[in-house]
Design a protein around this ligand. Structure first.
Ligand code: VAH
Length: 316
């Protein structure tokens, strides 16, 4: 039985549905501090868990005889800069609860996401290597960098089978992201359909690594399904999809909505974005467990617009 923490979030929503298709609805327990998407709530078990509460987590693990945990709870970069202590506490304590459950017993495998935010301003921005300078300058990035080291520590010291990916910015239509610096790349599609224009909080030329959610879900599950000896890195794997700047998404949207207009009004999130890489080298993931991405920018745009039109009731 699999437990997903953070099942109402951007990744959790889609991950739960995919895992339920694979393993059967009753074998995937969704959990969050708040109710999840109706599809998640209606298709299988849901438990209310505050990821800061290790006892409650242990209780649910025992109740369902959970053997795998996907830990997707985190305070993202922009929000964590506003509340550093809370962000640090949530991101770290929840991870320790999960790692300790795996160390102490029944939980055999753990998935925990890192992020390209684990890199910092001194990291090479282009073709960022797997092993390089990591001096994150955000609270969120520090929590991801530290978390990676703790995952590796629990693996080498206690044999915990923990696996991780450094996600780029994730773009999806089913559930919205919350509090990240890459969120503009989701908002822009909504606003393109609703208003025909968008004001980006990141400036022109801000190129960041990004990925369409179906690729991210596929990567996550394929890493978790890979034989343990293929998973050579127990910190976290670089993963690349597409890299683009706001004007590139705009150009891609204009192929469908020629009148779409993009303007810029950068805020505090610009400094966060400027501290991150532009393009990631993911050779290790490709070699170790056969990763290959499918969606490029235009294919993603086509799929996003088609799905959002239905979601927003904009089909004539
Ligand atoms: C954020 N989406 O913007 C997250 C992230 C790649 C960045 O992990 O905070």
């Amino acid at each position: 039985v699999v437990l997903v923490l953070g099942a109402s979030g951007q990744i959790g929503t889609e991950l739960v549905m995919t895992l339920r298709e694979m393993y059967g609805n009753d074998n995937v327990v969704a959990s969050d501090i708040k109710d999840a998407h109706p599809d998640v709530m209606n298709s299988g078990p849901f438990e209310n868990i505050n990821a800061m509460d290790g006892e409650r987590m242990a209780e649910v693990v025992k109740k369902y005889k959970v053997t795998q945990i996907y830990h997707l709870v985190a305070m993202l970069s922009a929000v964590a800069e506003r509340m550093p202590e809370k962000g640090w506490a949530l991101n770290m304590e929840s991870l320790f609860h999960v790692l300790n459950l795996a160390k102490d017993g029944g939980v055999k495998k753990v998935y925990w996401p890192s992020s390209i935010a684990c890199f910092g301003p001194n990291t090479p921005k282009m073709n960022t290597p797997q092993h390089t300078i990591m001096e994150p300058s955000t609270v969120y990035g520090i929590s991801k960098q530290a978390g990676e080291q703790w995952c590796n520590y629990y693996y080498s010291k206690y044999g915990v089978d923990v696996r991780s990916i450094r996600y780029p910015g994730l773009i999806s239509w089913k559930s919205e992201p919350g509090g990240g610096t890459t969120d503009y790349a989701v908002d822009i599609y909504y606003k393109a359909l609703q208003d025909g224009k968008y004001t980006s909080f990141l400036d022109k030329g801000t190129m960041l690594p990004m990925m369409y959610m179906p690729d991210a879900i596929r990567a996550t599950i394929s890493l978790m399904e890979a034989p343990a000896d293929k998973v050579k890195l127990r910190t976290s794997y670089n993963l690349a999809g597409i890299s683009f700047a706001p004007e590139d998404v705009a150009a891609s949207i204009q192929k469908h909505i020629p009148s779409f207009e993009l303007s810029y009004d950068p805020d505090f999130r610009q400094a966060i974005a400027d501290s991150w890489p532009s393009l990631i080298d993911d050779t290790a993931a490709r070699e170790d467990w056969g990763w290959a991405h499918e969606f490029d920018l235009d294919r993603m745009t086509e799929d996003m617009l088609a799905n959002l039109k239905v979601k927003l009731g904009l089909l004539a």
